[in-house]
Design a protein around this ligand. Structure first.
Ligand code: AMP
Ligand code: ZN
Length: 499
């Protein structure tokens, strides 16, 4: 079996991955707060952990991997968005507006992430809503976990949580290991963080497990009055319900390491001291804009949907992301997108020439072993997207139709999430074709002419030749074969119209 090595933020080194139960490898990734369209930065963890998910499925089998990614559908930002709609004159209640908004955002999220080629999370191969739990459907689990934290005490007899003014708070100083994930002490973290001081807190570091809701806001009955959960307890409770007290991998963006993940660990380890919570912690670095994290609050963001609307295929976004290692910050640039599009378009033209059935579907099962090996080394996607795929493409190009090299190349692309590439969309949208791509397109057409003539299909051969002529490409056919040259009226834009 392939040895997978993953960088564990908790131990700060690469470790050989040993699942607790190889028959059910379990991963939890923090999902989005659903009040608005996902920005491009939000897509980075989705693509990163999708690659890991695919690798785990390959190594352990599709029915032996569980991937849970939540939707945070109760949150102050969601409430604020709904309140703004109401203030703008919407007659519906806040609860109705929130439901509509979260439902709609989840629909957008699915559409955008599907376009990026990300598989939906699933439980041992079954795509179910349990693999994408909505926080509001697991409130009971959150309440019992909070109750457990109120009931339990540390080794000095100090309870892990307390109730104050309708709030329940986690007492950070009661948990001695707080900060272990980040490798920092509580005092260091206080110095560096914007912690909210509030009259109901014993200590500014303490964080909210439960807070009161007024009559208008979403709320659930609890032993502490009508209210709603804090953000951190949502993940701890859902992970516990769906993956158990100990599971294998917990992922998310590096911006979540503190406080969100420190708080998740504190809650889970204090409520369920028999378990380890997550064994491997993985964090993707940030997508940046001019050196700053892309974020809603900084306003320096654009959405995945906007890029798709501009005609940038999701596959291009995926390619650009995977060309950089997930633990490195990266910028999105138009130049990177242009290059990625060129490569993908070339590979899909190859599909038409190297396969007798270009529409054939690949499952990804026949993936190149070197690609698996690279991914098993802490997701070394740059090695794959900057080198190995080009070697495989070259081998496929030099080989005969439907050859093992051709199959391997397209199986590998499918494995990496490029199984449904739409060739026409990639080619025709390309208003900025590079010279080498143009040459490649013409060469493909010339190869099509040769293939047609070989089967005495002169009608097809003449049609392609006429099409090239209209674009200013002159094709000469002699007993030595087919050659071509650019005419004075050469117009690359007209090449785009060729099928
Ligand atoms: P949020 O909805 O803000 O909680 O974010 C959802 C996911 O996107 C989390 O895993 C974040 O860490 C991640 N994320 C947010 N901004 C960025 C960014 N600029 N680059 C990479 N990941 C991000
Ligand atoms: Zn989380």
């Amino acid at each position: 079996m392939t040895d997978i090595r993953l960088y564990n933020t908790r131990t700060r080194r690469k470790e050989t991955f040993e699942p607790l139960d190889p028959a059910n490898v379990r991963m939890y990734v923090c999902g989005p707060t659903v009040y608005d369209r996902a920005h491009l930065g939000n897509a980075r963890p989705v693509v990163t952990f999708d690659v890991l998910f695919r690798l785990l499925r390959h190594v352990y089998g599709e029915d032996h991997v569980t991937y849970v990614r939540n939707f945070t559908d109760v949150d102050d930002k969601i409430n604020a968005a709904a309140r703004a709609m109401k203030d703008a004159g919407d007659p519906r209640s806040l609860v109705e507006l929130i439901r509509e908004r979260t439902d709609r955002t989840i629909g957008w999220y699915h559409a955008d992430m599907d376009a990026l080629g990300a598989l939906r999370p699933s439980i041992r191969g079954e795509v179910t809503t349990k693999a994408e739990p909505r926080a509001t459907e697991w409130i009971g689990a959150m309440i019992s976990m909070i109750q457990g934290l109120l009931d339990r005490k540390n080794e000095d007899g100090v309870p892990f949580a307390y109730v104050e003014q309708g709030h329940v708070l986690f007492r950070v100083r009661a948990y001695k290991n707080y900060g272990a994930l980040s490798g920092r002490s509580v005092d260091d973290m206080i110095a560096g963080a914007r912690v909210e001081v509030a009259p109901f807190k014993e200590d500014p570091m303490d964080f909210v497990l439960w807070k009161p809701s007024d009559a208008e806001l979403p709320g659930w009955d609890s032993p502490w009055g009508r209210g709603r959960p804090g953000w951190h307890i949502e993940c701890s409770a859902m992970a516990h319900e769906l993956l158990g007290e100990s599971f294998d991998i917990h992922g998310g963006g590096i911006d979540l390491q503190f406080p969100h993940h420190e708080n998740e660990i504190a809650q889970s380890c204090c409520a369920h001291p028999e378990g380890d919570f997550a064994r491997v912690w993985m964090h993707n670095e940030m997508l940046q804009v001019e050196g700053k994290k892309m974020s809603k609050s900084l306003g320096n963001f654009f959405t995945v949907h906007q890029l798709l609307e501009q005609g940038i295929p999701g596959e291009v976004i995926r390619f650009v992301f995977l060309s950089t290692h997930y633990r490195k910050p990266m910028d999105w640039t138009a130049e990177k997108a242009r290059e990625a599009r060129g490569h993908l378009a070339a590979w899909h033209r190859l599909k038409r020439h190297a396969l007798s059935e270009p529409d054939r579907k690949f499952t990804g099962k026949g993936v190149d072993p070197q690609v698996v090996e690279a991914l098993a080394d802490d997701l070394n996607t740059p090695l794959v997207f900057q080198r190995r795929l080009f070697e495989l493409a070259k081998e496929a190009k030099l080989s005969f139709v439907d050859s093992p090299a051709v199959e391997c190349f397209f199986e590998t692309l499918a494995f990496l999430g490029f199984e449904n590439l739409d060739v026409r969309r990639l080619e025709l949208n390309e208003s900025f074709k590079r010279a080498s791509d143009i040459v490649e397109l013409i060469q493909c057409k010339v190869a099509e002419i040769e293939a047609a003539r070989a089967t005495r299909d002169f009608e097809t051969s003449d049609r392609i030749r006429e099409g090239l002529k209209a674009a200013g490409v002159l094709v000469q056919i002699s007993k030595d074969g087919v050659s071509w040259e650019r005419g004075l009226d050469f117009d690359p834009a007209k090449l785009e119209a060729l099928e």
